[in-house]
Unconditional design. Sequence first.
Length: 397
Amino acid sequence: MKHLSQATFLFLLLISIGCSDDEQTSETIVLIEAESILTRSSSELQNFMETSGLDLPIEEIIYDVEVFRVTYTTLHKGEEIVASGLVILPETDQPVGMLSFQHGTIAAHNQAPSVLPLSSEELIFYSALASPGFIAVIPDFIGFGSSTHIMHPYYVEELTSSVIIDNLKAAKNLADQKDTDFNGKLFLAGYSQGGYATMATHKAIEEDGLTGFNLVASFPASGGYDVKGMQETFFSLDTYDEPFYLAYVARSYQSTYDWTQPLSDFFQEPYASLIPDLFDGSKSGGEINDELTNIIADLVQPTLLSDIDTDSDYNFIVTAFEENSLLDWTPQKPMYMYHGTEDITVFYQNSIDTYNKLISNGASELIVTFTPLPAATHGSGVGPYIEDFIPKLLDLR
């Protein structure tokens, strides 16, 4: 792999971070509004990718693209809300597939894809995904973009997959309006939380169907698919350098599931009182980390640390972790998993355990594959992941 520039590394680090049959029809109109915010030429995108430090087939970047900021309807806890994201259309009359790329963990509202500066490297990269001949879909997720009034349902399976699926429908609505010829082929990809979101969406589509879309393959990377397994590893550590992940899950689940227990049941002071305001959308993950401690025994309540699996008072937490773990299914469509072998942020073993469980469930090793990214950490694994999955994606289109 070519040497990555500092700017490219920062960009890569940023991205690392129940419907009825009638509701699933391809004629469902969920799109509310599509605002054209930018066009980029293929030559401009080629120049960006040539200087990115990524070893990719630049010659495949052939179409100019138009970037739209979209809003659409989706459900949150049984209520219809307005969600947002990006849809990027290639300028061609040829039939094209669709690629939904799910971003990694963000906490600040200004990091959402739909509000990125037009000159940002992330937005240029997203645009380049469309140029080979894909409708590129980049969801904000609930809690960002047009839905900042809602606490982001971080690592909540159903609300993660449903908002992505509705963004796919909105993209098809827009493609129909703009006479872009969608051929029905769908691909999913994402890194870190985006890897979890990708697998959750793959699972939902296989279980519930999605009329008008033919899921060809997904490419989830470096996600914490086994949420219960992540908690067990966290609790076994003395220190963890990204404590905001633990606080994020707790605050998310408290809000999503309307838990009445105060955060002081889970975290020690002063952190329990700080956490709600830390997730008001004004701070990045790094800024939240600065307000917490990386010493697990000082952050988490000692009784929770020692008794989570034995005290029935904690059953509701264990149940939530288990219900949002992506272990209880058997993929039928190709899924290409990736993870860096030196990842101590989202643990490498979590992907190994998830892969082994899917195989033991009956998944074919020809359908579900696992690619270790040698010596890669959570940050440095993004580049090798992109360099490997893009050629596979192009071969399958």
